[in-house]
Structure formats: C-alpha cells, structure tokens
Design a protein around this ligand. Structure first.
Ligand code: HEM
Length: 414
C-alpha cells in the first residue's frame, strides 16, 4: 500500500458508536494510509493498523498504557486497578501470575471441564423446542471456569452470577440503561470475588494451589504486601469474565461451520485443520475492535507526528483484514493457517507482541482450546437451524449474528 500523507478527519465518536469495527478501516482506505489522525471523544487520536503498526504500538519505549483506558471501560468491562492499566515492572509482575495459570495441563483440564458441562447441558437442550446458542453457552462456561479457577458457585446464586459476568462484556459497549446495568454488574462481581479472596486469606476457603483464586489471593503488590482484596478480585474477574466471553467466539465457530460445511468436516477429522479453522474464525469475525495507548516519547512514523500524550489506537479488526497482510481478507480461508499462525504481529484479535512482557492477552490458549473443543461438540450434536437472521450485526458490541444462533436440539423419538 502507498503511504500517502495523512489527512485529518472529523470527530469519529458517533460514527464509532454506530459501526465500532469498520469505521476506522474505511478511513484508512480513504486516506490510502495505515496511520491517520482523527478526533475521538474530542481528543486528538492517531489510528494505526497492520503488522508494522502493531510493532510500533507494542514498543513500550514509545507507547504507554497507564491512564489510557477510558473510564466507561474501566467501570464495566475491565474494572479499576487491573493489569491492563499498568506499565513496566509493575505490569510484568502482575502478568507473570496470569501466565503461570496457563500451562498446557491446566488448559486441557479447563477443556475437559467445559466438555463435561456441555454434555450435562445438552441433556436439557434435548428436552427443549429450541435454544439460543449464545445464551446457552454462558452457564456452561461459567460453571466450567469457576470450577477450574477454584471459585465456589452456589447453585442458588448461579443464574445471578452468570448474568453479571455476561453484562460485563455484553452490555459495556451499549448506551443508556444497558451500560448502567454493566456498571452495576461490575460492582456486584467485584464484591463477590473480593469476598472469595478474603475467605481464602481467612482460611474459610481452600482452593487448590494451582487455581486462579489461590494465585490472586496470595499475589503481592509492589511493596511485597498482599494485593488489596478489590484489586485481587478485579484480576480474578479478568480470568472469569473473558472465559465466559468466549461464548461470542463459539457462536462464530457455529456460524462458520454452517457457512462452510466442507471446511468444517475437514476440521472435525484433523487436528491441524481444526486449529486452522479456529484461527481463521478469530481472524475474520469481529470481537475486540481496538486497543488504546498514549505516546510516551515523541516519534514520527509514516508521515505522522506522535507528540507525548497523544492518544493512539491500534485497530485490531482492521489489522486482521489489512489487504497488505492478508490475501482476500474478507474470505474465510482456513488454509492460510495450515502451516501455523505466523509471527506475533500478524494475527492479532487478542493483541500483538509477547504476552509475558507486553499487554497481549494471556488467555489465547484458553480461547483456542475452548473453540476447538466446541467445534468437536457441535459436530457431534444433533441439531437443525430454524429460519433466522444469521447476518452479523456490526453495530452491536460485541458483534453477533442477529438471532444469537438459534438451534433446534430436541431429541426426536426413533
Ligand atoms: C487482554 C482479547 C479471552 C485475559 C486482552 C486484549 C485483548 C483481548 C484485545 C488487550 C491486548 C492489549 O491491551 O494489547 C480477548 C478476546 C478473548 C479473550 C477477544 C475471547 C474471549 C481472554 C481469556 C482470558 C483473558 C480467556 C483469561 C485469562 C486477559 C487479560 C488481559 C487481556 C488478563 C490484560 C493483559 C495485559 O494488559 O497485560 N484480551 N481476550 N482474555 N486478556 Fe484477553
């Protein structure tokens, strides 16, 4: 792509609310550049996309994260005081705790728990006229991840916990009452998990030492003292919430299996093709639109000046559809991943760079495992699709098929 000089654009806040995934990409196309300047919520903002842009964004000497995250996101999706807003050694110390939870054995254990809960739920699904997959997955994922993370889930509270965890990612990006619901849910989730942390510290609860609840209860702050219970709760929620949010990606797996039955059949029979299928779902379908930072030290890149303090956005969705990186970026082609997933800055639906030292998501192996397991479970499930609108609603955050993916799973008598 030619890198023509950048041009300024009018404030994009409203446009982003109506199309959070594709709006910025259109500006890149119009400008013929992958670095542009615009205004977002009245702030001068540099928007970047593509592999080289990701390298710039994840260069800690140039871009910092502390204080970059807008308050509405902290008060809902992320919580206050979590790893996302830290820089330098404080960030790395916190991040090590997450990474230590992700051994292959522990990930396989979560996959086993997920399959067991899916099988239990499928018995109920078989007695119902139809299910909405998106809604049906969240209790399954909540039960599995709470068990895995050492968080007790009282059956009387389960429906409430599921709806609060869901509200953190499903309603945060809405306006009006739904956004307020997400804020309320954040307070409830933090209070619940803080009481678990305190229960562990007081000896009332004794989760296994290899669980997230144990790790966060005993993790220390910079001064060597235990983390404040609320902060530990936010980090524990940073494990539970996104695992339940994998329901979005699993719906997309089902959507892609429906749209590409031949590729789905190959993926069912072969581990390499299954991985490639799942990676292509993560590349093609919209989920997390962008990440945000601030310029730490001034620099110039692609004819654009980055002064200290400038807000910078890396367009994740746009980068995963960048025609300079991906051939036929809007086509579903799992073959492109048959020889692996490439370098750390190409496929970046969950951020780029190094997950241990930078801000890249530490949960990618969980996500891939759960998506692969779900593909196998869906292939083995007896279902039909009723007439419905399966088009992806790009105005929604997170985007989803309009119907939520309705399935007729009733067991018919032989
Ligand atoms: C960070 C996406 C699942 C835990 C992130 C980031 C993205 C992302 C885009 C920001 C990267 C950055 O700031 O540079 C997703 C998506 C998921 C998912 C789309 C699918 C459901 C998970 C899971 C976990 C997890 C299962 C569980 C451990 C985290 C944490 C961070 C993070 C703790 C903050 C990392 C940091 O700031 O250093 N994720 N994630 N995510 N994710 Fe995920």
């Amino acid at each position: 792509m030619a890198h023509r000089s950048t041009q300024r654009h009018a404030d994009q806040t409203f446009a982003l609310l109506t199309d959070p995934y594709r709006r910025i990409s259109r500006l890149f196309e119009q400008a013929g550049a992958d670095a542009i300047e615009t205004r977002l919520a009245l702030k001068e903002t540099a928007c970047l996309r593509g592999r080289e842009a990701a390298q710039v964004f994840y260069d800690e000497t140039r871009i910092s994260r502390a204080g970059a995250m807008p308050a509405p996101v902290r008060r809902t999706l992320l919580g206050e005081g979590g790893v996302q807003g830290l820089d330098g050694e404080a960030h790395r110390a916190r991040k090590r705790v997450f990474i230590a939870l992700m051994s292959p054995e522990r990930i396989a254990r979560l996959g086993d728990l997920f399959e067991a809960e899916w099988r239990r739920a499928a018995v109920e699904w078989a007695g119902q006229e139809e299910i909405v997959l998106y809604d049906a997955l969240q209790p399954v994922l909540t039960r599995a991840v709470c068990r895995w993370a050492g968080v007790p889930l009282n059956p009387d509270d389960e429906a409430k916990r599921v709806s609060h965890l869901r509200a953190l990612f499903d309603a945060a990006g809405s306006r009006g009452p739904r956004h307020l619901w997400s804020r309320y849910a954040r307070r409830r989730v933090d209070a619940w998990l803080a009481s678990i942390i305190e229960g562990i510290r007081a000896g009332r609860l004794a989760p296994d030492p290899d669980t997230a609840a144990y790790a966060w209860a005993w993790a220390s702050a910079d001064d060597g003292e235990p983390l404040a219970a609320r902060t530990a709760a936010v980090e524990l929620a940073n494990v539970l919430r996104p695992t339940v949010a994998t329901s979005v990606y699993i719906v997309f797996v089902a959507h892609a299996m429906q749209a590409h039955p031949a590729a789905a059949r190959l993926a069912t029979a072969d581990a390499g093709r299954r991985r490639a299928f799942v990676q292509e779902v993560r590349r093609l379908y919209p989920f997390f639109p962008a990440v945000i930072g601030r310029v730490r030290a001034p620099f110039r890149w692609r004819n654009l000046d980055f002064p200290v303090g400038r807000q910078v956005i890396l367009d994740l969705y746009g980068s995963n559809h960048d025609p300079a990186v991906w051939t036929d970026p809007d086509e579903f082609r799992p073959e492109r991943f048959i020889d692996g997933s490439g370098d750390a800055f190409g496929l970046i639906p969950q951020g780029g760079g190094n997950a241990l030292t930078g801000h890249r998501c530490p949960g990618e192996s969980i996500v891939v495992e759960l998506m692969e397991r779900a593909l196998g479970m869906l292939a083995g499930l007896n279902y039909r699709l009723p007439a419905q609108d399966l088009e992806i609603d790009f105005r929604r955050l997170p985007a989803l098929p309009r119907s939520g993916f309705r399935m007729m799973t009733r067991r018919t008598s032989p």
